[in-house]
Ligand binder design. Structure first.
Ligand code: EPZ
Length: 451
């Protein structure tokens, strides 16, 4: 795996540096802004990083064994990875995040079973430590993650599933306090709604439970398949990955392993939308088309050409105007909610109109008012937004509110007339490695302004 620009940017490409977690505080770029000048067509290569939403779960899985676990193609520069590393380090895991995308994790002993509020509140996916911690240690206290900009983000399905596996769970003082002194027992768990996090938490817990666990209506995201494949390398017995029914036979112990993290499907889709918007031809390196079928079907309908070329994906849009198409977000393999904002931005300049329906989160249209300030014509009614194409967007000062909304504003700036400044870009740093280098290398005029 060639070192990502992040590694080149950080140190000599041939000498991986270990970013020792203890010393490397997570530096959030609180007041930094992004300045984008619109107008460039995109041309060249963009390397795709390992998937954030797989990497975070792989890190939690390292709690399940006392042996070292090594991951390659890790997006180590992301704030979410660094924040989770702090949570895991607090629990007793040694975490080495190297600048060449390698992470070496080892939990010789669990030295604390408490994931504290001041760390969990920064990154709600920390709740994914609950299952592995309970399975390994028999006790866990994890701060309730609380909501986020997208909505309430409940974790009731995680809790119900662990209770079904024999855990005693209390909610006390804003914490999930869980005990399983005699270990967890396999159970049949039927999810009323498809939940990525709950599927992952319970799949990890089940690897060390007594007997068989069956997860029905399990989430099917590629990141879950990737997590399951890593767990199988660690000695777990799992069948049905990628299907709505996952069966896990508990084992006594898991061992160390080495695993290459799957490419980031949402980063891939984000840059596909960027080419759709700006026009041009870009090679997305080390990624796939098969895990983005729903997005690609809509992009091709709109007029974007996409094809797998070996280990890369070629994306091309000539000068013709994009056609308006409708999208509705659904659990995988449906259209990904994490690409809704980016696709909506692309629709703002389409011929005709497109209807965007968000079915996963209750509040995922926060990019809309900001796009309207740039001249977009969007009408929201409940969980549906009607986007009528306009001739152009105009650069403006805008505000990022969550990870995917912030990147949609960067995309808008790439095509708007004049200059766009995006504030609060720490949201971006949570989920997009090296976005300035990656877009700058294909002709975009983009720079980070220190706050
Ligand atoms: C994961 O969040 C992703 N995050 C999200 O990506 C992604 O949008 C989401 O899956 C859906 O694909 C990570 O993997 C770190 P869910 P998660 O549990 O696991 C409801 C990004 O931008 N629900 O599948 O929290 C929930 O309210 C982020 O990278 C319950 O009701 O999502 C939501 O409506 C944003 N009870 C729906 O299920 C529960 O116990 C889907 O949530 C859990 C979830």
């Amino acid at each position: 795996m060639s070192p990502s620009p992040a590694s080149k940017a950080k140190g000599k490409a041939d000498e991986p540096q270990t970013i020792e977690l203890i010393s490397a505080e997570v530096k959030s770029s609180g007041l930094d802004k992004m300045r984008v000048v619109g107008g460039a067509r995109l041309k060249g290569d963009i390397p795709i990083s390992g998937a954030k939403n797989a990497a975070l779960k792989h890190m939690c899985a390292a709690l399940l064994t006392d042996e070292p676990v090594q991951f390659t193609n890790m997006p180590n520069s992301l704030i979410d990875v660094r924040t989770l590393a702090q949570v895991l380090n607090h629990l007793g895991m040694t975490v080495a995040l190297r600048s060449d995308g390698v992470a070496i994790l080892r939990t010789k002993d669990i030295t604390s079973h408490i994931a504290p509020y001041d760390l969990v509140r920064k990154m709600r996916a920390s709740v994914i430590v609950l299952g592995p911690l309970l399975a390994r240690h028999g006790q866990a206290e994890v701060s309730l993650p609380g909501g986020c900009a997208l909505g309430g983000r409940p974790v009731d399905l995680h809790i119900q599933g662990l209770k079904a596996m024999g855990a005693e769970i209390d909610l006390d003082g804003g914490y999930i306090k869980a005990k399983a002194p005699k270990g967890l027992t396999g159970a049949v768990i039927n999810f009323p709604v498809s939940s990525v996090g709950a599927t992952e938490n319970l799949m990890m817990a089940a690897t060390l439970a007594k007997g068989e666990t069956i997860l029905k209506n399990a989430a099917r995201e590629p990141e879950i398949v990737d997590q399951g494949e890593a767990l199988i390398k660690m000695g777990a017995q799992i069948e049905g990955l990628g299907t709505p029914e996952i069966r896990i036979q508990g084992v006594d112990k898991l061992k160390g392993a080495v695993h290459d993290v799957v490419a980031d499907r949402i980063e891939t889709g984000t840059y596909m939308c960027a080419v759709g918007l700006c026009g041009g031809q870009v090679r997305l390196q080390n990624t796939r088309t098969d895990f983005l079928s729903a997005l690609i079907a809509r992009l091709e309908l709109a007029g974007v050409e996409i094809k797998q070329d070996g280990a890369d994906v070629l994306v091309h849009r000539n000068g013709s105007k994009l056609k308006g198409v409708d999208i509705m977000t659904e659990p995988y393999p449906g259209f990904p909610t994490d690409l809704q904002a980016q696709f909506m931005t692309m629709l703002t300049l389409c011929e005709g109109a497109g209807m965007v329906t968000e079915t996963i989160f209750e509040n995922r249209f926060m990019h809309v008012p900001e796009l309207i300030r740039m001249g977009a014509n969007i009408t929201v009614q409940g969980n549906t937004a009607l986007v009528r194409g306009v001739d152009k967007l105009k650069g403006a000062e805008v505000m990022a509110t969550d990870l995917r909304a912030s990147v949609s504003l960067i995309l808008a700036g790439l095509v708007a007339d004049g200059e766009t400044t995006v504030n609060r870009i720490y949201h971006l740093d949570r989920g997009y490695e090296d976005i300035v280098a990656k877009l700058g290398n294909v002709g975009a005029e983009i720079e980070r302004l220190k706050g």
